[in-house]
Ligand binder design. Structure first.
Ligand SMILES: Nc1ncnc2c1ncn2[C@@H]1O[C@H](COP(=O)(O)OP(=O)(O)O)[C@@H](O)[C@H]1O
Ligand SMILES: [Mg+2]
Length: 249
């Protein structure tokens, strides 16, 4: 199966994790969804109400330590593949993979290379892959075979945030990330929209400020507790509808 890959990017605090979590909630039926937390702060799990025991970063460090003790000839792919499955948090219609911290000073090239291949082949088991990225989109640039079908750049309804969105778009282009379609999503909208041309991106739609979202996050509760008819959930369903995602099959 070739999954549809949806990546959410944007400056810190714009609402990437919130948007990613709401997209995942909306897609877990039909599902299955692979949720990838590519932000080293790893809070997509929290937003989804899932507990992350082990990140890919931790796996990579462990495997590197083991490699020095293993007799030659033990296949690293198998070791990583096994470890990868231990990093997956499984839930109904949804598995979560958290990338954790980026590379340290040691050379991880070989392990990273194998890891990317293993993750890309894992992605084939899902109908959707949803990535919550860090602002720099490091992990996206290091993907191997998978293209991104839709890149959603999240911004707040201010000129400053829209300019930041343009920079994110430029970074994505500079990194050579292969993207099918790129859109701007304006989050936490309360009143009138500013001129969105500054972002250099076509506007897909907006997500309103939703007091229930803020309240859940203030209480440390997952967004799974947000009713599907709440303003933010409905807006996200509308965005997916415009993309014709979630209706197929
Ligand atoms: N539409 C919204 N309405 C109200 N609060 C929101 C909305 N979107 C995000 N928030 C809140 O804004 C804060 C930052 O959102 P978050 O998704 O963590 O941003 P990011 O992942 O980009 O850093 C969180 O406290 C979140 O609950
Ligand atoms: Mg986040």
């Amino acid at each position: 199966m070739k999954p549809q890959v949806i990546a959410v990017a944007g400056k810190g605090g714009t609402g990437k994790t919130t948007l990613a979590a709401l997209i995942i909630q909306a897609l877990r039926v039909p599902g299955p969804v692979l949720a990838v937390d590519a932000d080293p702060n790893c809070n997509l799990g929290e937003a989804l109400g899932l507990k992350v025991e082990r990140t890919i970063g931790q796996l990579r460090d462990e495997v590197l330590e083991q490699i020095s003790e293993l007799p030659p000839g033990v296949p690293k792919d198998q070791l990583l593949e096994l470890g990868l499955h231990q990093c997956l948090v499984e839930d109904q219609g949804l598995d979560l993979l958290s990338m954790g911290h980026g590379e340290g000073p040691r050379c991880y090239c070989m392990v990273n290379h194998v890891l990317r291949r293993v993750i890309d082949s894992l992605a084939g088991n899902y109908r959707y892959v949803v990535l919550d990225n860090e602002a720099g989109m490091e992990h996206l640039s290091r993907r191997t075979t998978q293209d991104v079908d839709v890149l959603l750049v999240v911004a707040e309804p201010t000129p400053v945030s829209l300019r930041a969105a343009r920079r994110i778009k430029d970074i994505a282009e500079d990194l050579g990330i292969r993207v099918g379609k790129k859109f701007l999503v304006i989050n936490r909208v309360r009143g009138e929209l500013p001129q969105v041309e500054e972002s250099g991106l076509p506007l897909l739609g907006t997500v309103p400020y939703d007091p229930q979202v803020e309240e859940l996050s203030a209480r440390g509760r997952p967004l799974a507790g947000l009713p599907p008819e709440s303003p933010a959930s409905r807006a996200v369903q509308g965005l997916l509808g415009k993309l014709s995602i979630g209706k197929e099959g």
